[in-house]
Design a protein around this ligand. Structure first.
Ligand code: DGY
Length: 305
């Protein structure tokens, strides 16, 4: 009998076809040997209990796995995999799209046109900022941060960063916050990065600077951000992720100098299909070949198996 796999969400068609050819796709979680979860799921004891003792792998459809209780998974010998690299380009592109939308006032202009407000081309109408010559401060120069830096350089931006390795100047966070025109967050959510950007950090930013977050919502203290924006402490924000996702602070909705997108970082057809194929690779490795998957995040679970 083929191993039973449960998907918490629909996946792209080619991924579904591949999973159907290798596994028994179940309507219910009970009795599953493998799960495909997404970062919006809460993956912990309750879900593992629902699957039952035969659960061997959780394939996380995403690079970020902060939604998974890794300790609990490891304790139970459940291997967890993720989907790095294949979404790097898509997420970096979205970051640049948000920066441009914010600084060139694209979303604000779109709202104005849709309201059918009277407008006319004029030398001082809806002026924004270009990227050339601006300083981009990347908080977390990992895979995605590095790709954002590469794209930003093509727009003539100077890049500084807080941590990671690359050909850019590394400076402490406080200095970056004081220097950057655009502060862009690319760190995973951990106990150290939760509310990494709060009242104090927003105070350190320049008044004409903007904050961009495509990482995880709780990296930013959203209430502090709303206060900083309303008080004119910073010039704007572009957010793809939210502290209480999918909820969005009401204060953000009222502001024109804020661009909001619904967690679209990796949402290209190509990236999502590739992410799904990595999930299938991981499930097949564990359930069909009894091998550790290439992108395992808790290899220690294997020996606990
Ligand atoms: C990830 O991969 O972690 C994204 O946030 C979900 O697409």
């Amino acid at each position: 009998m083929r191993p039973q796999v449960f998907l918490t969400r629909r996946v792209p068609e080619p991924v579904l076809a591949r999973l159907e050819s290798s596994f028994e796709l179940a309507d219910a979680i009970a009795g599953s040997a493998g799960l495909v979860t997404i970062p919006a799921d809460v993956v912990g004891a309750e879900l593992f209990d629902a699957a039952g003792p035969g659960l061997r792998i959780v394939a996380n459809f995403g690079v970020g796995y902060d939604s998974v209780d890794l300790e609990e998974a490891t304790r139970r010998g459940v291997v967890v995999s993720n989907t790095p690299d294949v979404l790097t380009e898509a997420t970096a592109e979205l970051t640049i799209a948000l920066v441009l939308a914010l600084l060139r006032r694209v979303a604000e202009g779109d709202r104005l046109v849709r309201r059918q407000e009277e407008w006319a081309l004029a030398p001082t109408f809806m002026l924004g900022e270009g990227l050339g010559g601006k300083t981009l401060g990347i908080v977390g120069l990992g895979r995605i941060g590095s790709e954002v830096a590469r794209l930003a350089e093509a727009f003539g931006m100077r890049v500084v960063h807080t941590r990671g390795s690359g050909p850019y100047e590394e400076i402490p966070l406080d200095r970056l916050l004081g220097e950057a025109d655009v502060v862009s967050l690319h760190v995973p959510l951990t106990s150290e990065t939760r509310h990494l950007i709060g009242v104090r950090e927003l105070e350190l930013m320049r008044g004409d600077a903007v904050l961009v977050n495509v990482s995880r919502g709780p990296v930013v203290d959203e209430a502090a951000l709303v206060a900083a924006l309303k008080g004119g402490r910073i010039a704007g924000a572009a957010l793809d992720v939210y502290e209480h996702e999918p909820g969005v602070s009401a204060g953000l909705l009222e502001l024109e100098n804020v661009v909001l997108s619904p967690h679209l970082g990796s949402s290209t057809h190509a990236a999502r299909e590739a992410m799904g194929m990595l999930c299938a690779d991981a499930l097949e490795a564990v359930l069909l070949r009894d091998e550790l998957p290439a992108h395992v995040v808790n290899p220690e679970a294997w020996s606990a198996d």
